[in-house]
Design a binder for this molecule. Structure first.
Ligand SMILES: C[S@@+](CC[C@H](N)C(=O)[O-])C[C@H]1O[C@@H](n2cnc3c(N)ncnc32)[C@H](O)[C@@H]1O
Length: 211
């Protein structure tokens, strides 16, 4: 197939526009290692896009000795940790190597073990995982950023409560199913699933057996 120089430039420009559209390249090998499909990559990117403006509101991390301490991020109900890995990678790209410490917390030992293994294989410095409930997970230092993407049912409320107790300056949460609220509401007043408005989201039930 032959293309004129003008049409080649058009194709290149469109490809460039597409590349600019993502904060983290969807072709990043990290997504392949994690087994994230195109929907999940878009969803994670949309979340990072919401996180981006919040970076300006982070507290100064410079200590009395002039050294800048790493940013502390906690992802509550991290599941398969697509967001945890992506946020860690993207923030590290932005702030510099060694400048981000990210902890993913989930109540399921199997997903935590998988994430720990993948983080070790990818040699991602500063990324760790812990088994625990959102309400009781051990965190040694106050987080700067708390993330909770589709933590099931009332778990998003627990994440918000935890973030408020920590006085975390940045909290970004997108709720999941509202089973508890739906159970308590008359059928004509039940809230719609928030995931219906979130780009490219599978139903909660298919995403997690705990829902
Ligand atoms: C729908 S998945 C979402 C996972 C991930 N944040 C994402 O968006 O891909 C919800 C996760 O929250 C975890 N979870 C639910 N309730 C929890 C709780 N109270 N404490 C810790 N993890 C919880 C589940 O085990 C599951 O892995």
């Amino acid at each position: 197939m032959h293309r004129t120089a003008a049409s080649r430039r058009g194709v290149e420009a469109r490809a460039h526009d597409r590349a600019k559209h993502h904060l983290l390249d969807p072709a990043d090998p990290l997504f392949t290692v994690l087994g994230a499909d195109a929907d999940k990559r878009r969803q994670v990117d949309a979340f990072l896009r919401l996180l981006e403006p919040a970076l300006d509101r982070l507290p100064d991390r410079t200590g009395p000795d002039g050294a800048v301490r790493p940013l502390r991020v906690v992802d509550l109900g991290c599941g398969n940790a697509y967001l945890t890995f992506a946020a860690h990678r993207w923030l590290t790209d932005r702030l510099g190597a060694g400048q981000v410490r990210t902890l993913g917390v989930d109540v399921r030992p199997d997903v935590v073990a998988r994430s720990e293994r993948l983080a070790g294989e990818a040699r991602l410095d500063g990324l760790s995982f812990a088994v625990g409930t959102i309400a009781d997970a051990e965190v040694t230092e106050r987080p700067d950023v708390v993330l909770a993407l589709h933590a099931c049912d009332t778990a998003t409320d627990e994440a918000l409560a935890r973030a408020v107790r920590w006085e975390a300056p940045v909290v970004l949460a997108a709720p999941c199913c509202h089973h508890d609220v739906q159970r308590r509401s008359p059928p004509d007043r039940a809230p719609p699933s928030p995931t219906a408005r979130w780009p490219g989201t599978a139903s909660c039930a298919s995403a997690s057996p705990t829902c």
